[in-house]
Design a protein around this ligand. Structure first.
Ligand SMILES: [Ca+2]
Ligand SMILES: [Ca+2]
Length: 205
C-alpha cells in the first residue's frame, strides 16, 4: 500500500469514526417518549420528536425538547401542564406544579402555587432544580468568595477581598459580602482569606 493510499484510508477511517460517534451522541441526547402505567392523565406518546429530558409530576408530565422549549401534557387543572415559552436547560415536575431552569440561570414556575411552590426566588444564580409534591428546590451557583461575575472564585474576587482587607463595619472600605468566615465576625481578615483560598484552589464555579 502506498503512502498516499494509506493516508486516504486513514482519513476515511477517521471520518467514519467521527460520524459513528456523532450518531451515538445524537441517539443518547434526543429521542421519542413512551409512557406506561396509569395512562388516564399521562398516556401520551411522542414519536419522531427530539427530547433531552423528561419529568413526571402527580398527574402531569413535562418534557424538555432539544431546542430548549418544553412540552406538557396530562392533568392541567392548575396549568401545570402548560409551560411558558423560553430557552430552558432543566425541568422538574411536582405534584401539581412545574419548574424549569432557564439558560440564563433563572428559574420559572407554573401550576398550583398554594404553598408558593411555583414561585421560585428571583435571580439567575441557579445551577440545578428539583420539585417535590408541594415544594421545590434549587442549587445556587455561588460559593463563598464568588463576589462578582464571572462565576467562579478568581482574581477579580481577590481584588474585591483585598479592597476590604482588615475593615470592620463603619470603615470606608468595609464590604459585608467579604465576611465569609463562619460564623461571620464583622472583620475581613485571615479567616475570610482562608475560606476564599480554599474555594479558589478547588476551582468551584
Ligand atoms: Ca467571581
Ligand atoms: Ca470575617
Amino acid at each position: 500500500m502506498s503512502n498516499k493510499t494509506s493516508l486516504k484510508t486513514s482519513f476515511v477511517s477517521a471520518v467514519i469514526c467521527i460520524f459513528v460517534s456523532l450518531c451515538f451522541v445524537q441517539s443518547v441526547n434526543a429521542g421519542s417518549i413512551v409512557s406506561w402505567g396509569d395512562r388516564r392523565f399521562d398516556g401520551r406518546d411522542f414519536e419522531n420528536a427530539q427530547f433531552q429530558a423528561i419529568a413526571a409530576g402527580g398527574w402531569h408530565s413535562i418534557a424538555l425538547k432539544s431546542d430548549g422549549s418544553i412540552a406538557g401534557w396530562g392533568d392541567d387543572i392548575y396549568g401545570q401542564a402548560s409551560p411558558p415559552a423560553g430557552d430552558f436547560v432543566a425541568i422538574a415536575a411536582g405534584g401539581a406544579h412545574s419548574i424549569a431552569l432557564k439558560s440564563d440561570g433563572s428559574i420559572t414556575g407554573w401550576g398550583w402555587n398554594y404553598y408558593g411552590q411555583a414561585s421560585p426566588p428571583a435571580g439567575n444564580d441557579f445551577a440545578a432544580i428539583a420539585a417535590g409534591d408541594l415544594h421545590s428546590l434549587a442549587i445556587t451557583k455561588s460559593y463563598a468568595g464568588d463576589f462578582v461575575s464571572p462565576y467562579g472564585v478568581d482574581f477579580i474576587d481577590f481584588a474585591v477581598l483585598g479592597l476590604a482587607w482588615y475593615s470592620q463595619p463603619g470603615d470606608g472600605n468595609w464590604n459585608a459580602i467579604c465576611d465569609i468566615s463562619e460564623p461571620n465576625d464583622n472583620v475581613i481578615d485571615e479567616l475570610d482569606l482562608e475560606v476564599f483560598v480554599e474555594n479558589w484552589l478547588r476551582g468551584v464555579e
